[in-house]
Ligand binder design. Structure first.
Ligand code: ZN
Ligand code: ZN
Ligand code: FE
Length: 762
């Protein structure tokens, strides 16, 4: 038998996830000697032994790897040289090298831990902080790197002898599990009444009975605090909305198990897989009947998640089967996660508090996804996913991208990785900005990145742009300004590993174009470096400016007037003052966002006159649509210079006729969205005829609309286009920073026409 050796380099998330013990065990199984050590990009191992044993080791290696490991690349060099290792060893890594490793997200309690949690005996029976190498908190407890217990918020809990024995035992599931602990040495759970006084007794039992009594309880979790109450009590949900000041925005619920979840929604096998995945996101699921559970969600979908911490599992082990679980942040303010803030800020909202003394170092919301093609389609990419990097083909210089304003995120790049942050809410005030800055320095520290350039949006008023300008000043580094919609497009390209020229269809609420106008219905021809505005829509004067984004009937009136229809039939006398405002032209900034078109049409249909949160009108309009309708309305595509315009006036006239004839809203909403699909398809064909491009990327917040996403993708594919949508990042502004990095890295941004527009005062 021939002796041989293999040198294997593995890149990805392979540290702090039980990878080395796994390699050790597998080497012993195949009687191989050698060693494994951590490197800057992952782990490196040397195997020595019979050639057939090395083959056996490698066969099925990827599939056998620990569940938390993310193997990005394996390179294997086989040779006949043998060094004569005596057995298999784990070499300790140098601290400096460890700085370069990747950090795992927080992961739902694994099956092994669950079994221990509810076993008849054992030292972790009913221990609410049970975790192991395969599960538990990571990202939210890390204060610094290397990832060792002393650098986490578990530092203050010193391991007892029994825990330590497991921690150093390579054969144990808790080998090098940094947050490992038990009842004797770990954090403590406690229950406070509404005054913040601790109650004696079993905290879980106290919390459970408070919930069953119909109280609202604040529950501290992995990356923040939830407000929880029984899900099926509509009056209770109303109380929660009133106390929290959250008028109409849908809540998410947590269900005991899949069986309970099926009572609330239709769930496919693929959706079940996402619900039970290690990331345990909130999955947006179709209700059986649109009008069911309207106290939880007013539209056709309901967001459901399953328990993901030991505390959740214990809470659901008695008489509770479903809970509304909404993050406890006060609207407009950053997520609440520091203990001292919880009781102070939630007074008057929570009737009780289930807290613990393990600090959350980094706040991180629940992730929110749809299922699409068997995988996540992100609305919010957060817990369970952040900070896994987005891997790209390009080699990236160290860049900091500051995102936009809504759903603020930032990104840092290193080599072929982009570390995209969790979103931090809308960057509109000092509190969120401070939080944003803190998170940036934390990411720079834990990923060991000193940016050599900084990117922001073009919009001068965004706090993120102002932050970028300030940061770029001292020490002086380049500040690159990137067009909002170009960044969306580049983000979707990078998400799909595309390079070269594509057609981008970018639809959202609003962004500032290089021409200086507010837009959000963009057809772009470009790559990472260049962006040509090939198409857009006729803009809509917004009477009262920003006010029209809340009082959407104003936009409805504006659309009708532009289409030559008298608005009084639809909006009564209220329309008079808006009509006067529009004819004066004062404070009627024109905007061309797809979001505004949805607002206006929803208002004309009588679905919503005023909205209480971003995207509400579009969501209700989507929910109303009858999916069997195939009809479209007339529209025109016009060309001016080298740009196409979608002229929606004929469509609005036809819609207003239908409303007058009392055509059901279900049919009009569907026909309206079908028209958008039809015009987008036609405009793409025209642009493709001009440019000979056939790859189309779809990005922007409007593609959270599943009706449009699905139909437009299908229509484009049927016309021979290659269609790409987001897969690893959100389609909304949360994913923007990835695109900003790609553009800055290739020398794009800082558009000439933008400067021209600014200088000429447009
Ligand atoms: Zn576990
Ligand atoms: Zn212990
Ligand atoms: Fe956007």
């Amino acid at each position: 038998m021939a002796k041989a050796s293999a040198k294997i380099e593995i890149c990805g998330i392979v540290q702090g996830v039980g990878f080395r013990p796994f390699v050790h065990k597998r080497a012993e199984e195949f009687s191989l000697s050698g060693k494994v050590l951590n490197t800057s990009s992952g782990v490196s191992l040397i195997l020595e032994g019979e050639k057939t044993d090395i083959d056996g080791f490698l066969d099925g290696f990827r599939d056998a790897a620990p569940s938390l490991a993310l193997i990005e690349d394996i390179s294997i060099t086989l040779s006949d040289t043998v060094w004569g290792y005596n057995g298999f060893e784990i070499s300790e890594s140098a601290e400096a090298l460890k700085r370069r490793t990747l950090i795992s997200p927080d992961i739902a309690t694994c099956d092994d831990c669950l079994r221990e949690l509810f076993a008849r005996d054992g030292r972790r029976r009913h221990f609410p902080f049970i975790n192991c190498t395969n599960c538990g908190p990571r990202f939210t407890i890390i204060r610094d790197i290397p990832y060792d217990r002393k650098n986490t918020t578990m530092e203050s809990f010193s391991m007892c002898d029994a825990c330590n024995a497991e921690y150093v035992d390579i054969a144990d599931r808790r080998y090098h599990a940094e947050p490992t602990c038990c009842d004797a040495c770990g954090p403590r759970l406690f229950f406070l009444d509404r005054n913040g006084d601790e109650l004696a007794g079993d905290a879980i039992k106290l919390c459970e009975s408070a919930l069953l009594r119909g109280e609202i309880v604040a529950i501290k979790g992995l990356g923040g605090v939830h407000l929880a109450c029984l899900a099926e009590d509509a009056a209770l949900a109303r109380t929660l909305r009133t106390r929290k000041g959250r008028d109409e925005k849908p809540f998410a619920i947590m269900c005991r198990d899949l069986k309970t979840a099926h009572r609330f929604a239709e769930i496919s096998a693929e959706e079940e897989k996402l619900l039970t995945s290690a990331a345990r996101p909130i999955v947006l699921l179709k209700k059986k009947n649109r009008r069911d559970f309207s106290h939880i969600s007013e539209n056709g979908y309901i967001g459901i998640m399953l328990p993901y911490t030991p505390v959740h599992h214990m809470l659901f082990s008695g008489g509770i089967s479903s809970l509304i679980m909404t993050s406890a942040n006060i609207s407009e303010l950053p997520i609440i996660y520091k203990d001292e803030e919880i009781v102070k800020n939630l007074g008057g909202i929570a009737d009780g508090y289930l807290l613990n003394n393990r600090d959350i170092h980094l706040p991180c919301d629940d992730s929110l996804v749809w299922e699409r093609g068997g995988r996540e389609y992100f609305v919010r990419r957060s817990r369970g996913y952040v900070p896994y990097p987005i891997t790209v083909k390009e080699k990236l210089s160290p860049i900091l991208a500051c995102g936009a304003e809504q759903k603020a995120t930032f990104a840092l790049s290193r080599e072929n990785h982009v570390f995209l942050s969790q979103h931090m809410g809308d960057l509109k005030n000092l509190e969120t900005l401070e939080n944003f800055e803190e998170q940036i320095s934390h990411f720079e520290k834990i990923f060991d990145i000193s940016p050599r350039a900084i990117v922001s949006d073009l919009h001068p008023d965004y706090l993120s742009t102002q932050y970028a300008a300030k940061r770029a000043d001292a020490p002086a580094i380049p500040h690159i300004r990137v067009w909002h919609h170009h960044a969306h497009m580049a983000s979707c390209m990078a998400d799909n590993s595309l390079s070269g020229k594509c057609i981008g269809i970018v639809w959202d609420g609003v962004g500032l174009s290089p021409d200086g106008d507010a837009c959000g219905c963009e057809f772009i021809v470009g790559d990472y470096k260049t962006a040509h505005r090939a198409g857009t829509m006729l803009s809509i004067p917004l009477p009262g400016g920003d006010r029209a984004t809340r009082e959407v009937f104003r936009t409805g009136i504006s659309l009708l007037l532009a289409a030559g229809v008298a608005p009084t039939d639809f909006f009564g006398e209220e329309s008079d003052s808006v009509t006067r405002l529009l004819s004066s032209g004062i404070n009627c900034t024109p905007a061309s966002g797809m979001g505004r078109l949805f607002d206006g049409v929803a208002a004309i249909l009588g679905i919503k006159r005023n909205v209480s949160y971003e995207g509400q009108a579009a969501m209700l309009l989507e929910a109303a649509a009858d999916e069997s309708v195939t009809q479209t309305y007339p529209f025109e595509i016009k060309r001016e210079n080298d740009r196409y315009f979608f002229d929606w006036r004929k469509m609005i006239r036809a819609i207003s006729e239908d409303v007058r004839c009392k055509t059901p809203t279900e049919e009009i909403s569907a026909a309206f969205m079908n028209t958008l699909v039809a015009f987008a398809c036609d405009m793409t064909k025209l642009i493709s005829d001009d440019t000979k491009l056939c790859r189309v990327v779809l990005s922007g917040g409007s593609f959270q609309n599943m009706y449009i996403l699905k139909r437009l993708s299908d229509a484009l594919s049927e016309n021979g286009f290659e269609v790409y949508t987001h897969r690893r990042t959100s389609t909304n502004d949360e994913g923007l920073a990835l695109g900003q990095i790609m553009i800055a890295n290739e020398g794009g941004g800082n558009y000439v026409s933008c400067n021209t527009a600014r200088n000429s005062g447009n």
